[in-house]
Design a protein around this ligand. Structure first.
Ligand SMILES: C[S@@+](CC[C@H](N)C(=O)[O-])C[C@H]1O[C@@H](n2cnc3c(N)ncnc32)[C@H](O)[C@@H]1O
Length: 208
């Protein structure tokens, strides 16, 4: 039956209480975000419930079936909370390959558990736009040493509930060990550095 690809969303995100819907609401309300690009999304289509314009870049075959499923539009329409039609674009490709015509096109770049997206996909984020990055694969560390990004806030999590904080931002990204955090070092270790103080995710503003 044709509904199978869409069941993946329930399986991976609803049943695991991992949709992160409240986080996307917080980002929309605080930064006025209307468009987002999500490289390495798998089938995490939740941003489309909140932002009218969303683009996904993902090479997993199951995700291709999901995003190209004829029922996806109706599925998103049933969950979205904005009045206009959802505009969803999907690229079945490696996010390191250039996507033409998308430069500086988005208010939000989403990087969650999928590699160095802050680096490879920066070009798609508007100057002044927001990068949401966690540090599972070291991407928040990468953004923290990139002069094009400034830390704007952190995301703190309690259970599955998120909140944003702008307090004491200078205390984040101080390594526990005396190491020099460089791009080459992060590329080598492929994970986040251990810091004195850490958050669930980090919000960086693209400044240049
Ligand atoms: C652990 S999942 C995370 C999914 C989602 N971001 C989330 O937070 O639930 C990582 C996903 O990133 C995708 N991915 C990793 N490297 C990629 C690349 N270079 N281009 C496109 N997708 C990639 C994988 O196929 C996988 O679906």
């Amino acid at each position: 039956m044709a509904a199978k690809p869409l069941d993946l969303y329930q399986e991976h995100f609803v049943h695991k209480d991992f949709e992160r819907l409240d986080l996307f609401h917080l980002l929309r309300d605080k930064y006025g975000i209307r468009s987002a690009i999500y490289p390495g999304s798998f089938v995490h289509v939740t941003p489309s419930f909140v932002f009218p314009v969303t683009t996904y870049v993902e090479m997993d075959k199951r995700a291709k079936k999901f995003f190209e499923h004829p029922g996806l539009g109706a599925f998103v329409a049933a969950h979205k909370d904005y009045p206009e039609d959802a505009r969803i674009t999907y690229y079945a490709q490696d996010y390191q390959e250039e996507i033409e015509g998308e430069d500086e096109g988005y208010d939000l770049l989403i990087s969650q558990y999928a590699g160095f997206i802050s680096k490879h996909c920066k070009r798609y984020l508007k100057i002044g736009g927001i990068l949401l990055a966690n540090n599972s694969h070291g991407d928040a560390s990468m953004a923290s040493i990139d002069a094009d990004y400034h830390l704007a806030a952190v995301v703190l999590k309690s259970g599955s509930k998120h909140r944003l904080s702008e307090r004491n931002l200078g205390a984040y990204f101080v390594p526990k060990k005396a190491i020099e955090v460089t791009e080459a070092y992060l590329e080598k270790i492929q994970k986040g550095v251990g810091y004195d103080k850490s958050a669930s995710s980090y919000l960086f503003r693209r400044v240049s």
